[in-house]
Design a protein around this ligand. Structure first.
Ligand SMILES: NC(=O)c1ccc[n+]([C@@H]2O[C@H](COP(=O)([O-])OP(=O)(O)OC[C@H]3O[C@@H](n4cnc5c(N)ncnc54)[C@H](OP(=O)(O)O)[C@@H]3O)[C@@H](O)[C@H]2O)c1
Length: 358
């Protein structure tokens, strides 16, 4: 048997534990060993592993190869991590993921492959700056999963994971990565990593694991913003309204559609490619299917209600900044960003004020 592949999941929450459980496997020729870096759920997972209640695969149990209580601890385990999969919430205003994973990343084109399964746009740049030569996979997932208690993951609906190479976001030399020989080497190395990941996911029954070229992966990220950047903030700002109710309310529907129209207009100018009607649902189609989706609350609303930081920067701040770099404005999204950012600051100040009075 050839030497095992070691995968480290940083952020053992809903997405991290679900995909970890599907990647951990033994083939006749090779073992894929998945380990987890946990935080608040460390004691539960170290003692009992992970229980999964899934829509797609029934109920099952997953015992990780190793469980760590921190990233530095995983860095001291004496293991060369072939894949470092980041599945934390993307919160660049709170943490610097690229800096935090330093202890577990083996540098270089042949070193660790960094896989980012997180929402938003512009999340890869800090990793490219920190790891000039490492392969980076940018992954977008559609999955409705939650950690219902420490170490127990519930997956509510079908899943899709689309993975693309990330060299510099444009797949041609730019100021982030200008060396065309390195760019081409990174593209082929990362493409091979993605083909491996697709094969491993498919082997455990994930049918919708797919490879995407670099630019179309970025386009998928922007398309996903149509839902996340319009509905998530609007849900919070309208006092906790569900997506389906917003889609059925005439004034809010007009607002959501206008937000999505901004993205449909701006993303093609940034990426230089048009949305494809067959692959990318139009704003009207998104709204129609949202009317029927009465399940659950948007993740940003859940974070707001629990007093946790929201993924505001990667869902609103980054798109606005990236568009501005090219001279474009998205005024509806800018309004949502300005209001929600200040609401978050005020909420934190109020909480600190209340604590100080105790
Ligand atoms: N859940 C979904 O259905 C879904 C769907 C599509 C996309 N996504 C995206 O996927 C990403 C992950 O979401 P999620 O729902 O899986 O979030 P989650 O359940 O909150 O999981 C994130 C996990 O990362 C841990 N973590 C954060 N920083 C860490 C650190 N420095 N070291 C170790 N662990 C750390 C958190 O620990 P603590 O609990 O201690 O904070 C938590 O267990 C997000 O970008 C989200 O938008 C989620």
């Amino acid at each position: 048997m050839s030497k095992p592949v070691h995968i480290l999941i940083v952020g053992a929450g809903a997405v991290g534990c679900f995909y970890a459980s599907k990647l951990h496997q033994t083939h006749s020729e090779r073992q894929i060993l998945v380990s987890l870096v946990c935080r608040s759920n460390y004691a539960a997972i170290a003692a009992n592993g992970v229980s999964l209640q899934t829509h797609s695969f029934g109920d099952y149990h997953f015992t990780p190869h190793k469980v760590f209580s921190s990233i530095p601890e995983a860095g001291e385990a004496g293991i060369d991590w072939d894949y470092v999969v980041v599945t934390t919430k993307a919160l660049p205003d709170v943490t610097n993921d690229a800096h935090d994973i330093r202890p577990v990343v083996k540098r270089g084109v042949e070193g660790s492959c960094i896989v980012l399964i997180q929402n938003g746009v512009g999340i890869e740049e800090v990793h490219r700056v920190a790891y000039g030569e490492n392969p980076i996979v940018s992954a977008v997932t559609v999955i409705s999963a939650e950690q219902i208690k420490h170490g127990v993951i519930k997956q509510n609906r079908w899943t899709r994971i689309t993975m693309g190479t990330y060299t510099n976001g444009q797949a041609k030399p730019n100021s982030l990565l200008s060396d065309s020989a390195l760019l081409s080497k990174l593209t082929s190395t990362t493409d091979t990593h993605i083909k491996n990941l697709v094969a491993w996911f498919s082997a455990t029954g994930i049918k919708d694991a797919e490879f995407s070229p670099e630019l179309s992966l970025q386009q998928t990220r922007w398309h996903k913003l149509c839902i996340n950047a319009s509905m998530n903030p609007s849900s919070v700002l309208s006092g906790g309204t569900t997506n389906s109710r917003m889609a059925l309310d005439p004034e809010l529907r007009t607002h959501l559609r206008a937000c999505m129209d901004e993205i449909f207009l701006t993303a093609p100018k940034i990426l230089g490619i048009e949305f494809d009607e067959k692959k990318h649902a139009s704003p009207e189609r998104i709204l129609k299917s949202t009317e029927r989706n009465t399940s659950g609350k948007p993740s940003m609303l859940l974070d707001w209600q629990a007093g946790r930081p929201m993924e505001l920067e990667v869902i609103l701040g980054n798109p606005l900044r990236i568009a501005r770099r090219d001279g474009w404005e998205m005024p509806r999204l800018q309004t949502l960003y300005a209001l929600l950012k200040m609401a978050q600051v005020r909420k934190r100040e109020d909480a600190e004020g209340a604590k100080a009075k105790l």
